[in-house]
Design a binder for this molecule. Structure first.
Ligand SMILES: [Ca+2]
Ligand SMILES: [Ca+2]
Ligand SMILES: [Zn+2]
Ligand SMILES: [Zn+2]
Length: 263
């Protein structure tokens, strides 16, 4: 009986393609593959149990984070979010990135811009990094000092592809940047993908001020927020540079770590 059934199946033109599981929600095979990669990267699980690691469990986690209906089944709205350019830091705490809510313990934090992008003049990058840091330091009892050489707490730079950590960049689009939570060595460092076209808002491209404010939030110890108005929301969206500021959610988050500013 069985061999006959197998033969019949193999006569069909699609005999090599396995049917997609129910969780694929009728999406195409490339979309299904993309969703699997996305969840593996941004929703890593520390658990060894099969259930916590399943596609459905992770998809539900992602849908909950982005405030979508939590179905555990792919749909076009979910795919749409997965295709947006975003930060490379996972949305759920990953042990290698955010062990136990680390924060800086000294009041003056040093930073250094160790490499620049040809997309923007150097002085502009310096200005925008200072502006991003000022947005955060305005809310907390912490100040930043730029050092021109040597090792600083927060090393900032542009790089493409593999660049010396375990998180290689991916060419134009998708992942724009990533940063590490406070700590020694790589801790606090912020990297920007040189394969993006960086801008100060005066032309087309990724707004560096917006990306830097987000990444430096990680450098200070913040994870991602599911509030779409928050600077710490994981996907990038165009905002007006002039009116760009921290949201109430960002301020509450950073003050939970460091306390409010003493006036
Ligand atoms: Ca990229
Ligand atoms: Ca560092
Ligand atoms: Zn991020
Ligand atoms: Zn990096």
């Amino acid at each position: 009986m069985w061999p006959a059934v197998l033969c019949a199946l193999c006569l069909l033109p699609s005999c090599l393609a396995l049917p997609l599981p129910r969780e694929a929600g009728g999406m195409s095979e490339p979309q299904w593959k993309q969703a699997q990669d996305y969840l593996k990267r941004f929703y890593p699980s520390d658990s060894k149990t099969r259930d916590a690691d399943s596609f459905k469990t992770k998809l539900k986690e992602m849908q909950k984070f982005f405030r979508l209906p939590v179905t555990g089944i792919l749909n076009s709205r979910t795919i749409e979010i997965m295709q947006k350019p975003r930060c490379g830091v996972p949305d759920v705490a990953h042990f290698s990135l955010f062990p136990n809510r680390p924060k800086w313990t000294s009041e003056v934090i040093t930073y250094r811009i160790a490499s620049y992008t040809p997309d923007l003049p150097r002085f502009r990058v310096n200005q925008l990094v200072a502006k991003a840091l000022a947005m955060w330091s305005k809310e907390i009892p912490l100040s930043f000092r730029r050092v021109p050489r040597g090792t600083a707490d927060i090393m900032i730079g542009f790089a493409r592809g593999a660049h010396g950590d375990y998180y290689p960049f991916d060419g134009p689009g998708n992942i724009l940047a990533h940063a590490f939570a406070p700590g020694p060595d790589l801790g606090g460092d912020a990297h920007f993908d040189e394969d993006e076209r960086w801008t100060d808002g005066s032309r087309i491209g990724i707004n560096f001020l917006i990306a830097a404010t987000h990444e430096l939030g990680h450098s200070l110890g913040l994870g991602h927020s599911s509030d779409p108005d928050a600077v710490m929301y994981p996907t990038y969206s165009i905002r007006d540079s002039k009116s760009f500021k921290l949201s109430q959610d960002d301020i509450e988050g950073i003050q939970k770590l460091y306390g409010g500013n003493r006036i």
